[in-house]
Unconditional design. Structure first.
Length: 203
């Protein structure tokens, strides 16, 4: 039974494990354990009054790894998955084990998509993100950006050309998308007005 207050029993005996796994139980002898002087096992000092902790209720279906039978008794709720990034995270947990690279690659992709979603979402607010002041690009002029990069044998020299693309591309794409949407809206409004004017002229 997982998440109990007491230590779960071993599925195999110490002798079976030692015969099957070379080196298993090397620290069972207290003489070989440097933590023995401070090691104290007293379940009463934890203050736990349960055999299994109460399960925290789910406000929405929480993602969990396929190798786990249940959620942990307590879990975080501060950042619920939403949008395309949330769909990627649910797919990573529902289909792939944590031992698969696809699981972690999908989670990495979800983080990137989540960052882009926040950029697009900020454009719909009254105070959108300011890429000039919030990315620190002004410090390149005031903090000797060029001099700090030349002749210093820095390990991140290869990123100097990539960083503007990584940081600036989402803003450029967001600006182009916003301009295209605005153009489509203006065009549709004009076409509706022209149709109405033609109909009023005929009547």
């Amino acid at each position: 039974m997982p998440y109990t207050a007491s230590k779960p029993p071993l599925s195999e005996s110490s002798e079976q494990l030692r015969a099957r796994i070379p080196g298993w139980g090397a620290d069972l002898d207290r003489v070989h354990r440097p933590s023995v002087p401070r090691e104290q096992f007293d379940p009463s000092v934890t203050g736990a009054h349960w055999e299994v902790p109460d399960q925290q209720p789910e406000q929405w279906p929480r993602e969990r790894s396929v190798e786990h039978q249940r959620l942990t008794p307590v879990f975080g709720t501060v950042a619920p998955p939403r949008g395309a990034s949330g769909a990627l995270r649910r797919l990573a947990y529902a289909r792939y084990s944590e031992a698969r690279a696809a699981h972690w690659l999908l989670l990495l992709a979800a983080d990137r998509v989540d960052a882009k979603e926040h950029v697009l979402r900020s454009l719909l607010t009254r105070r959108p993100d300011n890429p000039v002041t919030e990315t620190g690009v002004l410090s390149e002029l005031s903090g000797h950006g060029l001099r700090s990069r030349l002749g210093r044998r820095r390990a991140d020299v290869g990123h100097h050309l990539l960083d503007p693309l990584v940081v600036g591309t989402p803003w450029v794409v967001s600006g182009l998308l916003t301009g295209w949407l605005g153009y489509r809206v203006v065009r549709s409004v004009r076409s509706v007005r022209s149709v109405r004017s033609v109909r009023s002229a005929r009547s």
